[in-house]
Design a protein around this ligand. Structure first.
Ligand code: ADP
Ligand code: MG
Length: 254
């Protein structure tokens, strides 16, 4: 059975239609890439999957493990195992980074039954787990003493989104342009973290504009070309190479 399934999804924002019939099926253990030009609606899709209130579903549905979550509130979707790494992460002053991660991890552990969720008895055990993950994404331990994203550089914010995914171990992760604005070392670190999280229990969807990050992924099962509010073409990892060489026009204009 599909884990996340999107059926004929139409979405508008402030009366303007943006998504125009998105169809996608993802299974457990799969890594998908959604690639497309700027302004095509990729972030709109990501926000809609998590239930952003400004995005109105006018047709179609979203299923998670066969259950219709099209109208479910965001926190319910998160508890069922959906995660979104933002393209533009928000600074949340006053919310301690490690406290935020621990609270979120424990909330997810209550609702997700998965063999890969460790039980951390003490705060120190959890801190050690966080430090291991900080190292994977290339952030220093002192980030744990800061507020969520506050004063993080652009690149640190992107690493931080991926760190949250690595730590929380959601069932389905959607990463919205985790590579934008990063130098090549950071792109590699982010790709490594994504590969680490790509277990048989997890589904990962990487939204990106460039093929660059995809080359560093250990596993990539499907590439989807997204333009004009829908998926126009799907293929395997080779399609990403083709897009890198030829751009998007040959598909979008066809
Ligand atoms: P992508 O992530 O592929 O670059 P977006 O989903 O961000 O695309 O945007 C899709 C379309 O929705 C664009 O035409 C964009 O201008 C429009 N859009 C995005 N955000 C807003 C907003 N806050 N208000 C009105 N239109 C928006
Ligand atoms: Mg976007």
């Amino acid at each position: 059975m599909a884990v996340l399934e999107i059926v004929d999804l139409h979405v508008q924002r402030e009366g303007k239609p943006i998504l125009k019939g998105v169809n996608l099926k993802t299974g457990s253990g799969e890594v998908h890439a959604i690639m497309g030009p700027n302004g095509s609606g990729k972030s709109t899709l990501a926000y809609t999957l998590l239930g952003h209130p400004k995005y109105e579903v006018t047709q179609g549905k979203i299923l998670l493990d066969g259950e219709d979550i099209t109208e479910a509130p965001t926190d319910e979707r998160a508890k069922k195992g959906l995660f979104l790494g933002f393209q533009y992460p928000t600074e949340v002053s006053g919310v301690g980074y490690s406290h935020f991660l621990r609270t979120s991890y424990n909330a997810l552990s209550k609702s997700l039954q998965s063999s890969n969720r460790e039980v951390f008895i003490t705060v120190r055990e959890f801190q050690n787990y966080l430090k291991k993950n900080l190292q994977t994404v290339g952030l220093r331990d002192d980030f744990l003493g800061r507020y969520l994203n506050e004063g993080f550089s652009g690149g640190e914010k992107k690493r931080s989104e991926v760190l949250q995914m690595a730590v929380l171990k959601p069932k389905v992760s959607i990463l919205d342009e985790p590579d934008s604005g990063l130098d090549i070392d950071a792109v590699q670190a982010v790709a490594k973290a994504i590969s680490d999280v790509s277990t048989p229990d997890a589904t990962v969807i990487v939204i990106t504009h460039y093929a660059r990050i995809l080359k560093f992924l250990k596993k990539l099962d499907y590439v989807h070309v997204f333009a004009q509010g829908k998926i126009l073409k799907s293929g395997n990892a080779q399609l990403a190479d083709e897009l890198e060489q030829k751009g998007y026009d040959w598909i979008v204009k066809a």
